[in-house]
Design a protein around this ligand. Structure first.
Ligand SMILES: *Cc1c(COP(=O)(O)O)cnc(C)c1O
Length: 333
């Protein structure tokens, strides 16, 4: 049972599979056409089509943003600012394109200190990466804080990673806000709530001028025809998405309850996973794996001593994971 990558383990909407089955030989032979997928994404997010860039998963969007941000070497090695712990790709992409990652710690409850970001700004700062909800903690950042930060970090870009925004229901994507904050870039993915991780599709959202250098960084056909065909159908099947969001919310509640019962510290999460502190993270991860449950060992991350991250997706999976966790902890005691 894969509870380590926050995937939708029920799979994609059945309607997506139907449309993929209908694709013929020419769909494979021709370069993809993005018009329908772009329009569906733009309508879904409530912005004009020219505010949207389709990417091969949000991971490609993060890379494109890093490339765009790190072009300017006028004051020396360009810098990105992020928090620690955080999603690895911000640092991987920044260093891959010749930039330097500067990280500031989160507080003991994994809350962000906007002041710490401001203090880390230098004339070389080109981009600030923040995730809302945050990964690996599931904690959220108030939208007002993000709005204020976008103003404070300008002219550097503020990249808000909204991989889990479907679960929290909060987003920075809003035409008026994007117009007022031209340095704001929002990344979204259809890997998590929509169950399309295997197809690879995400988007970057920003004003056309802000997106321009990122458009040039993404190869012209980086999203394949199958992903482009799947997207409008996945978006249209709201009932399926809503079902998964309900499952994730119920799973989160079950996991929180179990943690209280088992005396394990955890943090309120707005995403489809929870971070849990156990007595011995590597032993717990191995014990769960021996029972067929794969979870993520995050104990090497800053401030995450003895923490594991468990996907809170399908309730049936969650119940099995909780039983396995109880067994592993009892065996250890
Ligand atoms: C999963 C994830 C992504 C990347 O998703 P893609 O599959 O590349 O679209 C980006 N950011 C965070 C925080 C994630 O957890």
């Amino acid at each position: 049972m894969r509870l380590h990558l926050n995937e939708n383990t029920a799979g994609c909407s059945p309607a997506v599979l139907e449309v993929l089955r209908e694709l013929g030989r020419t769909a494979a032979a021709f370069y993809p056409d993005y018009e329908t997928a772009l329009q569906a994404a733009a309508d879904h997010l409530g912005v004009p089509v020219d505010h949207v860039l389709l990417t091969n998963g949000m991971d490609e969007g993060i890379l494109a943003a890093a490339i765009a941000a790190c072009r300017d070497h006028s004051n020396g090695v360009p810098e990105a600012i992020g928090v620690s712990p955080a999603f690895d790709e911000y640092e991987i992409c920044t260093t891959a394109v010749g930039g330097r990652m500067v990280t500031v710690p989160l507080d003991d409850d994994f809350d962000l200190s906007p002041e710490a970001i401001r203090v880390a700004l230098t004339p070389r700062t080109r981009i600030v990466f923040l995730a809302n909800p945050h990964n690996p903690t599931g904690r959220t950042i108030p939208l007002d804080t993000l709005r204020a930060l976008a103003k404070d970090v300008a002219p550097a870009m503020l990249f808000v990673d909204e991989a889990y925004a479907d679960f929290s229901g909060e987003t920075m994507i809003d035409g008026a806000m994007l117009a007022a904050l031209p340095n704001l870039v929002v990344g979204r993915t259809f890997s998590k709530a929509y169950g399309l991780a295997g197809l690879r599709i995400g988007v970057l959202v920003a004003t056309p001028a802000t997106l321009a250098p990122m458009r040039r960084a993404v190869p012209p056909y980086s999203v394949n025809a199958w992903a482009a065909a799947a997207l409008p159908v996945a978006i249209a099947d709201r009932a399926y998405r809503d079902w998964y969001l309900e499952q994730a919310a119920a799973s989160r509640a079950l996991l929180m309850e179990a943690c209280v019962r088992l005396g394990l510290p955890t943090w309120p999460s707005a995403a489809n996973f929870v971070l849990v502190r156990v007595p011995d993270a590597p032993a717990t991860v191995n014990g769960l794996a021996a029972r067929g449950v794969i979870v993520r060992d995050r104990s090497g991350d800053a401030g995450c001593g003895q923490c594991i991250r468990i996907t809170a997706g399908i309730v049936e999976d969650t119940r099995r994971a909780i039983s396995a966790l109880e067994e592993v902890l009892c065996a250890a005691r």
